[in-house]
Design a protein around this ligand. Structure first.
Ligand code: G
Ligand code: G
Ligand code: MN
Ligand code: NA
Length: 254
């Protein structure tokens, strides 16, 4: 409860920040970023999202928190719209199950897009498998409504959840994200390598983009590239960082 109250206060006092982690293509060129929330407490201590996101998800706090994340990310996306180096970047935003299943979710996203002026085609919502397995008709219609406005969808942590493949063909997804748990040992564990290759092949078959997350070594990137992966994210390319650091990162990589 103490942490919950503190988080509520943080939201009110704007102690939350977004960090942005690069997503790169085959040539290592920046194609997008994933927005990841950070909480810097008044005493300077940082609370990791792994600690407060699950807590926020147990309460309705995830709703205002999710709204703040979406608004902040879309404001940034709108600010990039007129800048040649930045205007084609995609902005990936994590959506929690409770947030997605909330009645007002579609309207909230559309309203944020309108208020911020962010281009919907550049916004990519990251959903987890846990969101997709229940109420599939409701999920499909919410996705379709946003998709019709240009919003894209990526399936996060793919393979770690319930992995019913049936929903893959029913839902208007754009991208599969190979979970970092498979990428981590892709060079040393034959099963993880087989799963990573399977996800890449599956994405190809279904006409979806595929991105590997948690790439920490050149060898992992090379293995995945050899097997047809198109996009990468991980510490090897860049950590999640504040906007100013992302600007430096871009200056150094161009
Ligand atoms: O940022 P970090 O790499 O520590 O993320 C830890 C976890 O918190 C991940 O599962 C990530 O998806 C989740 N997370 C980070 N930012 C957000 C956010 O804005 N919304 C939601 N729902 N989850 C987030
Ligand atoms: O659940 P989701 O995939 O949204 O969470 C992304 C999480 O992965 C964030 O906590 C982010 O900081 C972390 N992350 C991103 N790249 C790497 C990486 O290369 N290695 C590790 N260990 N974590 C990473
Ligand atoms: Mn994610
Ligand atoms: Na993930």
């Amino acid at each position: 409860v103490a942490l919950e109250d503190a988080l509520r206060g943080a939201l009110a006092r704007e102690q939350l920040q977004l960090h942005y982690q690069p997503q790169v293509d085959h040539q290592g060129a920046l194609v997008g970023v994933e927005a990841l929330v950070r909480w810097q407490r008044a005493d300077g201590q940082t609370v990791a999202p792994a600690q407060f996101i699950p807590l926020a998800e147990q309460t309705d706090l995830i709703l205002p928190l999710g709204h703040w994340v979406l608004t902040t990310a879309c404001r940034q996306l709108a600010a990039w719209a007129g800048q040649p180096r930045w205007q084609r970047l995609a902005m990936a935003v994590n959506v929690s199950a409770r947030q997605f299943h909330h009645d007002g979710f579609v309207d909230q996203v559309l309203q944020v897009l309108e208020q911020t002026g962010a281009p919907a085609e550049r916004l990519k919502l990251e959903l987890t498998e846990s969101i997709l397995i229940t109420h599939i008709d409701e999920v499909a219609s919410k996705m379709a409504a946003l998709k019709a406005r240009g919003v894209g969808f990526s399936l996060d942590d793919f393979g770690t959840g319930y992995s019913s493949l049936a929903y893959l063909k029913r839902l208007p997804l754009d991208q599969l994200k190979i979970d970092q748990g498979f990428v981590r040992n892709v060079l040393t564990d034959a099963n993880d390598a087989a799963i990573a290759r399977m996800v890449i092949a599956l994405a190809d078959t279904l006409g979806l983009q595929v991105i590997a997350e948690g790439v920490e070594q050149a060898g992992q990137r090379d293995f995945l590239a050899h097997h047809g992966c198109q996009l990468y994210q991980g510490y090897w390319f860049g950590r999640p960082m504040p906007l100013a650091a992302l600007q430096d990162w871009v200056a150094q990589h161009d």
